[in-house]
Write a protein that binds this ligand. Structure first.
Ligand SMILES: Cc1cc2nc3c(=O)[nH]c(=O)nc-3n(C[C@H](O)[C@H](O)[C@H](O)COP(=O)(O)O)c2cc1C
Length: 453
């Protein structure tokens, strides 16, 4: 995968700019009826995703102070559109630009502070109360990007963290080390200090992606977002906490993580499609909610296409960084789930395929099942990948089982995430002629509209 030239496509620097574009291009469906935020909003969205595969915008959410959008970035092409990249070179562009951070710029007029709620703020009244799964403990903020600063050197981190709404100024936030927010909290708590945070809802798309990415602790994630959108992130001082927040977001919930306080959070329907048992998590005290006058709230079902797109693309970037020295990489996908990847290569020797597999398995601890395929297989298409496994993999030599290595670490499901496996689904070099694919001359030029009604 060679370095592509800088993209000339225009990124969307705000969530609403992206929403407007998706609606104009038929990619976002606007509901014509009121929706119940308890279960109905997400069941309608899931059905939409399974059949129409569109984003959902609910202008009328019963009892809610704002409309709600969901399933917005639910495929790779939409994320590429949001960032202004061609889908085929998105991960390479992200890798290149991550090394060229662009510092944020402070602005005084911040749309996200058109309305400022401080006294008597009630998180159970002032934002939509959305309940996704039947067994969830109650309403959650599931699409909030948490902004925080390193307590010692001030570096900005962005991460996605679910927040269980309790009421008034009281909420619970899921975080833990070694994730960076968890490390920040440990440092603050060691000094008996609260950790100021800002939960950003409807963040600029580049910030949504940097929040989902494994960016080194010492790198400022607001500056990486600036690099990815090829212009500085517009920020403004928060009203009640010492943080800069994205000026063009839809909502910001300001507050602090209380030191030495833990409360039971959950159950919650997680991205593994199972419930996480109730467990002690951190306490968030809300000090302000700021928003646009016509703010659109964003919610995301854990494990739905939007979530797996936002987590999958950064995984693809991590794998690319590890495998690129071993072969000519065509593309990398994460079809199925996030516990594996598919690397498509222009193979020059059989050994290259094996080296790519070992490097891919080591790229991230979630990597449990990796597959290497030839250049003619689309690594984003699970059916093509299975076809390659069926027709090209030689199980007696092309299947690797690596015992005694863990992958996804969450305690409840960990028993099945022990050991790793890999499939070489490339055609062996000495059989290339036998496996040459059939050709159908002129197929690219056939216009079906000219043939059928
Ligand atoms: C929608 C969404 C929700 C997430 N929720 C959480 C969460 O509640 N707690 C958590 O620790 N990580 C969560 N993650 C994963 C982290 O955001 C991700 O691992 C991120 O890279 C961590 O940031 P860091 O690299 O700065 O530590 C979520 C990711 C997404 C996309």
């Amino acid at each position: 995968m060679n370095a592509p030239p800088p993209s000339t496509l225009r990124p969307h620097e705000s969530f609403r700019s992206l929403l407007a574009h998706l609606e104009a291009t038929g990619e976002l469906k606007r509901a014509r009826r009121a929706v119940d935020p308890k279960h109905e909003l997400i069941t309608v969205t899931l059905k939409n995703q399974k059949t129409l595969k569109k984003g959902s915008l609910f202008p009328d959410v019963t009892g809610s102070p704002a409309p709600v959008a969901t399933n917005v970035l639910s495929n790779r092409d939409r994320l590429a559109t949001a960032l202004g990249f061609a889908p085929t070179d998105m991960i390479r562009q992200l890798e290149i630009l991550e090394a060229q951070p662009v510092a944020p710029v402070e602005v005084s007029e911040a749309p996200v502070q058109e309305i400022v709620l401080t006294d008597g703020v009630d998180i159970a009244r002032d934002i939509p109360q959305i309940i996704h799964c039947e067994g969830d403990a109650g309403p959650y903020i599931t699409a909030g990007v948490c902004i925080a600063r390193h307590p010692r050197d001030g570096t900005y981190n962005a991460s996605w963290n679910r927040v269980q709404i309790v009421g008034g100024d009281h909420a619970r936030i899921r975080m833990m080390a070694p994730q960076h927010l968890g490390q920040y909290q440990e440092m603050a708590e060691a000094e008996d200090a609260p950790l100021p945070v800002a939960m950003v809802i409807g963040a600029p798309p580049a910030l949504m992606l940097s929040a989902a990415s494994k960016i080194p602790l010492e790198t400022d994630e607001l500056a990486v977002a600036g690099a990815w959108q090829r212009s500085p992130l517009r920020v403004t001082p928060a009203v009640t906490v010492p943080l800069m927040v994205p000026a063009d977001a839809e909502f910001v919930i300001e507050g602090f993580v209380v030191p030495h306080a833990r409360e039971v959070e959950g159950p919650y329907g997680e991205f593994t499609d199972t419930y996480v048992e109730p467990a002690k998590n951190h306490v968030l005290r809300v000090t302000a909610i700021t928003r646009r006058k016509d703010a659109v709230f964003h919610t995301m079902l854990a494990g739905a296409a939007e979530d797996t797109t936002l987590l999958g693309v950064p995984l693809q970037v991590e794998v690319l960084k590890r495998v690129r020295s071993f072969a000519d990489i065509v593309d990398i996908g994460t079809p199925g789930h996030l516990f594996g990847c598919v690397v498509s290569i222009n193979k020059k020797s059989d050994e290259q395929a094996r080296a790519v597999l070992m490097a891919a398995l080591a790229a991230h601890n979630w990597m449990k099942v990796c597959v290497v395929v030839d250049h003619d297989i689309d690594p984003h298409d699970a059916e093509e990948v299975l076809w390659a496994i069926h027709t090209r993999c030689r199980p007696d030599t092309g299947l690797y089982h690596i015992p005694r290595l863990g992958s996804f670490p969450r305690a409840d499901v960990r028993p099945v995430h022990k050991g790793k496996m890999a499939f070489d689904a490339t055609v062996p070099m000495d059989l290339r002629e036998v496996f040459a694919r059939r050709e159908f001359p002129g197929i690219e030029d056939i216009d079906l509209d000219a043939w059928f009604d």
